[in-house]
Design a protein around this ligand. Structure first.
Ligand SMILES: Nc1ncnc2c1ncn2[C@@H]1O[C@H](COP(=O)(O)OP(=O)(O)OP(=O)(O)O)[C@@H](O)[C@H]1O
Length: 963
């Protein structure tokens, strides 16, 4: 809904004002430059006018040249309107101009993905305005508010919702109604999307921009083919002191019109041409409305196009409206630019009467909504009932009309319900904001209480500091007063000093005069000196006698002092002798200790030498023994090796000898055995054959068998004997072998004997080792003994050293006592000397008295002589003014500087204060003031060297104070 329900309740109006028309010229684009077009538009900033080929248009509210940035336009033209929206006004900003002159660029911005104006300087008015609304709401402390945005486009005289969730093709056409009760129009069914932050809005803006119909034409690559309207509805809730909740509503309409276009030049055909026709038609109606508004036309044809219906309240209504007319600077667009400027001039004459929407209580609004809904329901019921009645044929037209009315009422009702829903949602959102605020308020109150407590403590501290500061100020005031007084005194002193200086100069002149008088007097004095020389003679005589007396006295004194001096000398000698003794003793001790040391070293060296020799002997013996032992063992080993070689050789020879013998023996044995076996076999075969033949002739041949068996037995016996012989031979051979083995065994036994010998040698060696060990052990024991001896010697040496030290200590004690006795003597002598000196002084003083008396006598006499001398006298006071010197304040009378402890902020009764330090500081301050004032006053009368001397003295004094 463009014109809100609030419009009817407008109360606070502003004075009538003209539409704020601004003209913006875009830079030349690439095509224009390539076509070598010239720039025909000039901005006259002074007159806020535009010159087109020399013809001036204007003045306008603002004029912007091609260099003007988006930011400048926004802050100059739109920012102030955001304040008005938040205050409860409805505001409209719309861009009008030829196609491709920068309307979309001005309203939406460059085609980038930037999310905020800080990221991208080409960001247009719409995103900047939304950002600004949020910022200004936060800045003015609005905590309970609701923002809703709608985005619609008017394409070919049809309205579409750019934020609807449906696709481009299926998008539902929106309907516009005149609000039955109030002025303005209602766009039915448009989405009013709640936005809670900036990013929500940017997303919606992007969504809408994507859905908006654009196409490439010869004039613009992304030409908008529809008018677009971005609406931001701001609802703010305020709580009155009585606890009532008031709701205030403001609305911002941001309109980007499609560009007027010359169809021929833009190259639009088909759909594009239809679009261009529709665009131009709506822009013509807009132009007519504008013209009639400025010529006080009776009937304003708002209803002739949807665009003018939508902009009705912005043109000649209660909205604060700004129009930005965009121009191309190029000569090729001269006619279009002229037409735009004329259009803008006319629009600048439209008068609006801005009215602020009334703040209404939540209750009132709810009641209004429910009343409206109730009324609409009633109307709808009545209309439906009418439809339900059976009507005549004649009343058919009326029935048709009624049906349309029912439909319209239904739409109205839906709309009212929708608005109520939106209102309730807004209220809920604000309730939530309120709850968060309430919680935050609680937190803040707690923090505030803490802060108040802290503040109280801080205030107390501040008061204390203030007191201290006041005291300081008081002290500084006192100091200032006393400094002023001191300054006055110093000025007075300075005046007096100046006068004195004048006097001094006169005095010096007088001194010159006196010098001259002196010269004259000199002559007189010469005479006088002659006379005086006589007196001097007298005086010298007197002095001589005095000198003689003095000599006598000094002689006496020296006589008196002499014995004491002698005694002192003897004491001195004593000390010297003691010192000598000490030295001798020390030398003696040194000698003794060095002797003892030497002795010990010698002892140690002797012992170690002896030990070394012994050990060397032992080592040598061992070495010899081991050498002989190794030679013997080598020899023995060699012998064993030789023996073994021999045995090996014998064994191998024997083996070699035995080999053929054994093999022969073996062969023979084997052969005889074989032969025997063969023979036995043969015999057995024979026997078998005989037995078999005998079996046939058993009995007959029994004898023969017996003979044969006897023969066989005999043969067998012979054979056995032969076998036995053979065996005996073998046995002999074996015996021989045995003998050889025996001899071998003997050899081995012999070898074993060698082994035995070796074992014996080992044993001997072991024994020798044991002996050696014993020997070493003995040597060790002896070395230990020697060591003990050395230890004993060392002990005796240390005892001796201890004794020597004791002696030295004793000696030093004796010396100490001798020293103290001598010093006592010296003291006594000193006292005696001082007595003598005193006596001598007394005598001398009496002598001096005498001398003085005689001098007085002589002086008197000389005075008498002097009196006889008449000198020229010059009165120094003549010509020197007899001035009464002003009385300079004494140091004690001088203005005392403020007490340092007061200055430092330490009052009475402050126990922490260090009184010594205070006194020092006080003294220092006082002394500085006094010294400086006195020095300044008296320096005028002193010579530079005296001034320096006095300064040095003062510095010393100061240092003394500090110490
Ligand atoms: N002030 C400017 N500075 C730089 N470029 C600009 C400016 N104004 C317009 N342009 C550029 O000119 C081209 C056309 O601008 P734009 O699309 O905003 O024109 P339009 O008036 O909206 O056109 P249409 O009516 O066809 O939609 C764009 O590429 C845009 O970036």
């Amino acid at each position: 809904m463009l014109d809100s329900t609030m419009a009817s309740r407008k109360k606070h109006s502003e004075p009538t004002s003209n539409l704020r028309v601004a003209v913006r010229i875009r830079p030349m684009n690439g095509t224009e430059r390539s076509e070598k077009c010239t720039n025909v538009v000039k901005v006259d900033k002074g007159k806020q006018a535009i010159e087109l080929k020399g013809k001036s248009f204007g003045p306008f509210f603002r004029t912007y040249d091609p260099d003007t940035t988006q930011e400048e336009i926004y802050s100059d033209l739109v920012s102030s309107q955001i304040k008005k929206v938040i205050a409860g006004f409805n505001c409209t900003v719309f861009a009008y101009g030829q196609t491709g002159t920068g309307k979309t660029f001005t309203m939406e911005g460059g085609r980038t993905d930037a999310k905020s104006s800080t990221d991208d300087p080409t960001t247009g008015i719409i995103p900047r305005a939304v950002e600004d609304i949020f910022e200004q709401l936060e800045r003015c402390g609005c905590e309970e508010y609701s923002l809703r945005v709608s985005y619609i486009e008017l394409y070919n005289e049809e309205l579409f919702d750019l934020l609807a969730s449906t696709d481009n093709e299926d998008r539902e056409r929106l309907r516009i109604f005149d609000d039955p009760n109030k002025k303005g129009v209602i766009v039915s069914g448009v989405e009013e999307v709640p936005v809670r932050n900036r990013s929500d809005v940017f997303k919606l803006l992007q969504l809408g921009a994507e859905k908006r119909r654009t196409a490439a034409t010869l004039m613009n690559m992304h030409s908008s083919r529809s008018h677009s309207l971005f609406m931001v509805n701001v609802v703010i809730r305020e709580n009155t002191t009585t606890g009532e909740e008031l709701v205030k509503q403001g609305k911002l309409n941001l309109v980007d019109l499609a560009g007027s276009e010359n169809i021929g030049r833009s190259g639009a055909q088909g759909n594009r041409a239809k679009e261009a026709g529709s665009i131009n038609q709506s822009l013509l109606t807009l132009g007519r409305v504008i013209r009639l508004l400025t010529t006080n036309g009776q009937h304003i044809p708002y209803r002739e196009s949807k665009l003018t219906r939508l902009l009705q309240d912005s043109l000649g209504g209660s909205t604060i409206t700004s129009l930005i007319a965009t121009l191309s600077p190029s000569s090729s667009n001269f006619e279009e630019s002229q037409s735009t400027l004329e259009y803008a001039m006319r629009a600048a004459n439209i008068k609006n009467k801005p009215v602020c929407n009334t703040k209404l209580s939540k209750k009132t609004i709810l009641k209004e909504y429910s009343d409206e809904i109730e009324k609409l329901r009633r109307d709808l019921r009545a209309a439906r009932e009418k439809n339900g009645v059976i009507i005549s044929q004649e009343s058919h037209d009326e029935f048709q009309k009624n049906s349309e009315k029912v439909q319209e009422l239904e739409q109205h009702l839906d709309n009212a319900v929708d608005r109520l829903r939106i209102f309730t949602e807004d209220q809920m959102h604000m309730d939530e904001q309120y709850r968060q605020l309430y919680e935050r308020k609680g937190e803040l109150e707690d923090r505030l209480r803490d802060r108040i407590r802290e503040m109280a403590v801080k205030e107390k501290e501040l008061a204390d500091t203030n007191d201290v500061l006041n005291k300081h100020i008081e002290v500084i005031g006192l100091m200032h007063t006393s400094a002023l007084k001191a300054f006055d005194q110093l000025t007075t002193s300075q005046g007096a000093a100046d006068e004195m200086q004048t006097d001094l100069r006169a005095f010096w002149r007088k001194v010159d005069e006196m010098e001259r008088a002196d010269d004259r007097n000199k002559i007189v004095i010469d005479h006088f000196s002659k006379k005086m020389s006589d007196f001097i003679d007298t005086t010298s005589k007197l002095t001589n006698s005095l000198k003689a007396d003095g000599d006598l006295l000094s002689k006496k004194l020296s006589e008196n002092i002499c014995p004491h001096v002698k005694s002192m000398e003897s004491a001195h000698r004593d000390i010297e002798s003691t010192a000598m003794d000490m030295e001798t003793h020390a030398i003696c001790i040194m000698k003794k200790s060095s002797e003892a040391e030497k002795k010990v070293i010698d002892n140690m060296t002797a012992i170690s030498m002896e030990n070394r020799i012994r050990l060397e002997t032992v080592m040598k013996t061992c070495d010899d023994f081991y050498k002989s032992y190794s030679a013997k063992s080598q020899e023995f080993t060699q012998m064993v090796v030789d023996k073994l070689d021999e045995v090996k050789k014998q064994v191998s020879d024997f083996t070699e000898d035995m080999k053929p013998l054994v093999s022969t023996l073996h062969q023979t044995t084997c052969d005889s055995y074989e032969a025997r076996t063969n023979e036995s076999k043969k015999n057995v075969e024979h026997v078998r054959a005989a037995c078999s033949s005998m079996a046939d002739s058993m009995k007959a041949l029994m004898l023969q068998v017996e003979q044969l068996s006897t023969k066989v037995a005999e043969n067998h016996e012979k054979q056995v004997i032969a076998d036995q012989n053979n065996q005996e031979t073998i046995l002999d051979t074996l015996n021989t072998a045995e003998t050889v083995v025996q001899s071998l065994e003997d050899n081995i036994v012999e070898t074993c004997d060698v082994k035995q010998e070796m074992d014996d040698t080992k044993k001997t060696l072991k024994q020798t080792d044991a002996k050696q060990e014993n020997h070493i052990q003995v040597e060790k024991e002896r070395a230990e003994e020697k060591e003990n001896e050395v230890k004993v010697a060392l002990k005796s040496f240390s005892d001796e050293a201890e004794a020597t030290r004791g002696e030295a200590r004793e000696f030093s004690n004796t010396l100490k006592s001798r020293f103290s006795a001598t010093s006592e003597k010296c003291k006594v002598t000193g006292e005696l000397v001082s007595d003598c000196t005193k006596k001598a002084t007394d005598e001398l003083s009496s002598l001096l008295d005498e001398f003085t008396k005689s001098t007085i006598v002589v002086t008197k006499e000389s005075a008498a002589v002097v009196n006889s001398v008449v000198l020229v006298h010059v009165d120094p006071s003549v010509n020197v003014p007899q001035r009464i010197l002003p009385s300079f304040p004494l140091v004690s009378e001088l203005n005392q500087p403020v007490e340092p402890e007061v200055l430092l902020g330490f009052g009475e009764g402050n126990d922490d204060f260090d009184t010594d330090e205070l006194a020092t500081k006080k003294r220092r301050v006082t002394s500085f003031v006094r010294r400086d004032s006195l020095l300044e006053t008296t320096n005028n009368f002193l010579s530079p060297s005296s001034i320096i001397k006095r300064r040095e003295q003062a510095i010393e004094e100061e240092e003394d104070f500090e110490n």
